[in-house]
Design a protein around this ligand. Sequence first.
Ligand code: ATP
Ligand code: MG
Length: 353
Amino acid sequence: MSRIELRQVSKRWGDVTAVEPTDLVIEDGEFVAILGPSGCGKSTTLFMLAGIYVPSEGEIRFDKAVVNEVEARDRNVGIVFQSYALYPHMTVRDNILFPLRFKKIPQHEAQFRATAAAALVRVEELLERKPGQLSGGQQQRVALARALVKEPQLLLLDEPLSNLDASLRMTMRSEIRALQRKLGVTTILVTHDQIEATTMADRVICMSKGRIEQIGSADDLYHRPDSLFVASFIGSPPINRIEGRAEGGRFLAGTIALPLRGAAAGDVVLGVRPEALRLGEGDLSAMVTDIEPHGREAIYHLTTPLGELRALEAGATPRFAVGARLPVAIASSLVFDRISGRRVAGATLEAGI
Ligand SMILES: Nc1ncnc2c1ncn2[C@@H]1O[C@H](COP(=O)(O)OP(=O)(O)OP(=O)(O)O)[C@@H](O)[C@H]1O
Ligand SMILES: [Mg+2]
């Protein structure tokens, strides 16, 4: 097991910067997720940790040792790629054994470890098959067994569940999480799926454009986002964004002025989570333009003096119909500086507006 540290680690190709100089510490045994949109540098970060890419600058440390120059196969890292990348002509057994080929391990011990890794992910019945004879979920498990057979000090998972259907993905989420707890291996999961990140990891690293935007728990990212990017990326349906001005203790947007607490000033964006809009209460007049029923809850599209807003309300049957006019209250809100995109800590509309 290992504590992983990045010190000012970056990756550039010509004038493309995939990862800006980054500092990061991952504690021994921790499970972290790197979450961010396509192209933000998630895989690049993982590949630098795996030894597949050499950083342009900075130091990568496993425990105290700098590993920048250590070859991938000498790093004792297990990796599951975005595509499972199993060798189609080899049996499952040989695929799992593959990472041990350069290690001086007696044949019988290698076989024992391959069988143990297969049992861990419940594919021991499939050892003599070829990958083409397996389902997607089984292939995914084999890829995981192959990553674990070396007893890695670091496990890297790059979108391992992206090719699975929704129900299998949910099963594999909890299986991987349980396996990680059992083995105690330091694990980094790359994903652009916020549910996957927040349900599996102890801490989530939210990335955008090659930079870490915020590191925190699911609760931190949702309720205390540092930036409008994080606030907008986390949460579904996304947070409502209302542009306006903060002036003299009020939030001004169009003809509306609402009492504001905290130190916000100038051009701001008010962020309101869909579930923070309370239908049928308050002073804001709204009209329902559309309703999306989702079984246990419904999403309302509203026209209001603050613009088009989306509200989420629990309940199997929507309480209002399209065309209904109703008052709406804002139960909680976040305030962001419009220029910097940073959240103004402590700033919020007065409760219950
Ligand atoms: N070998 C390469 N040469 C040049 N540019 C690259 C190379 N690999 C990645 N990039 C660029 O670096 C940036 C980050 O890529 P990366 O693969 O790390 O993104 P990602 O966050 O994993 O995205 P995705 O979710 O789509 O997998 C992208 O702009 C990409 O085009
Ligand atoms: Mg990627």
